[in-house]
Design a protein around this ligand. Structure first.
Ligand SMILES: NC(=O)c1ccc[n+]([C@@H]2O[C@H](COP(=O)([O-])OP(=O)(O)OC[C@H]3O[C@@H](n4cnc5c(N)ncnc54)[C@H](OP(=O)(O)O)[C@@H]3O)[C@@H](O)[C@H]2O)c1
Length: 339
């Protein structure tokens, strides 16, 4: 049994981690953290977990957490993670970081998009990007795994088969992305108040959303040539889910059947990507670790659709896939059921 810790246990991604880990046969959650001083019981913080764990969330240093755990999920905001991760690694545990702090390999790119200097820059170029569908062979031996962003993994999983096969142009790809409100985390913010976002759809972050360089970095690695996307996110009045409708240009005409076959063959050994002729819907992937994927030809325009649950396949589900790989387990262990 591996001893598991979660930093930032009061948040949304931590809640989803705990729901999965509650049924995981090889993981025992031993340590949960919060900045709160009163060590709240987990069932007060997350009432849906009542009766599943008899644990308190404690205000502990990363060193103390590291000493108590074999693997730690860092479910903190960016900047908080890069303070904790070096201390966790020094204490001898392995880390899956759910924040954006270790996803970009170039500290200059991080500084440009996140607006501050990276305090642990030397680790960036060697950190493994935790998208098992593309990088499972590198994840198992890592000490630190950078878990992908939610929009990012949904976009990457949709486009990777076609870029890898060289059938679409690597530039000018428009990504129209829509996310539920939980994508912004549990901390209250004006834009995610009920009266602000209910019964309303709006675009945001056009041209400056921080998932843009992450999508471009990973897809450029996949196809070996620079990829450039126009990433246009929208906030949807729903709790959870991401749908990406993506518009790449085909290099040569292809049929829908051939495009679907290409994607099916790319993901044939991947249990969590479902390629189908049916257009994905967020409802069909909600509370699951699946990414649903399809294509349509609208006249000559290829449209690639992908959908995930932002909190599971977009965060905590893939984080447990990564934990399984770190432990040398089948990546589906504890995962192939509906939450
Ligand atoms: N939400 C998603 O769909 C999603 C998807 C992919 C990745 N992510 C990433 O995963 C991470 C966690 O996201 P989340 O949605 O779980 O966020 P969240 O609901 O806001 O929870 C984050 C937790 O971290 C703690 N925290 C906040 N600021 C902190 C600080 N400065 N230092 C230490 N602890 C701090 C808070 O706990 P206390 O106040 O109790 O200390 C908070 O409950 C973020 O980096 C996010 O970008 C989120």
């Amino acid at each position: 049994m591996s001893r598991i810790g979660i930093l930032g246990a009061t948040g949304y991604t931590a809640l989803e981690l705990l729901k999965i880990l509650a049924r995981h046969p090889q993981a025992e959650v031993t340590t949960l953290t919060t900045r709160q001083e009163n060590s709240p019981h987990l069932s007060d913080v997350h009432p849906s977990l009542a009766g599943l764990f008899d644990l308190r969330c404690e205000n502990l240093s990363p060193e103390d957490v590291g000493r108590r755990c074999d693997i730690v999920f860092c479910a903190l905001p960016h900047t908080a993670s890069m303070e904790a991760v070096p201390q966790l690694l020094d204490a001898g545990c392995r880390v899956v970081d759910l924040s954006a702090d270790y996803r970009l390999s170039d500290p200059g790119v991080y500084e440009t998009w996140y607006g501050h200097v990276h305090t642990d820059p030397t680790r960036l170029s060697s950190t493994v990007y935790g998208l098992p569908e593309l990088f499972s062979d590198q994840i198992g031996s890592a000490d630190l795994v950078a878990n992908p962003g939610c929009y990012t993994s949904t976009s990457i999983l949709g486009l990777a088969p076609f870029l890898a096969a060289g059938v679409i142009e690597p530039n000018g790809i428009v990504i129209d992305a829509k996310s539920g409100v939980s994508g912004a985390g549990r901390k209250p913010k004006l834009g995610t108040l009920f009266a602000e976002c209910n019964e309303s759809v709006t675009a945001y972050g056009i041209g400056n959303h921080r998932h843009t360089p992450e999508i471009e970095q990973v897809l450029s690695d996949v196809c070996g040539t620079p990829v450039q996307v126009a990433f246009n996110p929208h906030l949807m009045p729903m709790d959870r889910g991401i749908l990406c409708s993506m518009y790449p240009r085909l290099k040569q005409p292809m049929s829908e059947d051939d495009l679907l076959e290409l994607a099916r063959s790319f993901y044939q050994d991947q249990p969590f990507v479902r390629v189908s002729s049916q257009i994905p819907a967020t409802k069909n992937v909600a509370h699951t670790n699946f990414c649903d994927l399809s294509v349509r030809l609208n006249r000559d325009q290829l449209v690639v659709f992908s959908a995930t649950d932002n909190l599971i396949k977009g965060a905590s589900g893939v984080a447990v896939q990564n934990m399984n790989l770190l432990l040398g387990l089948d990546q589906t262990l504890g995962m192939l059921s509906f939450v």
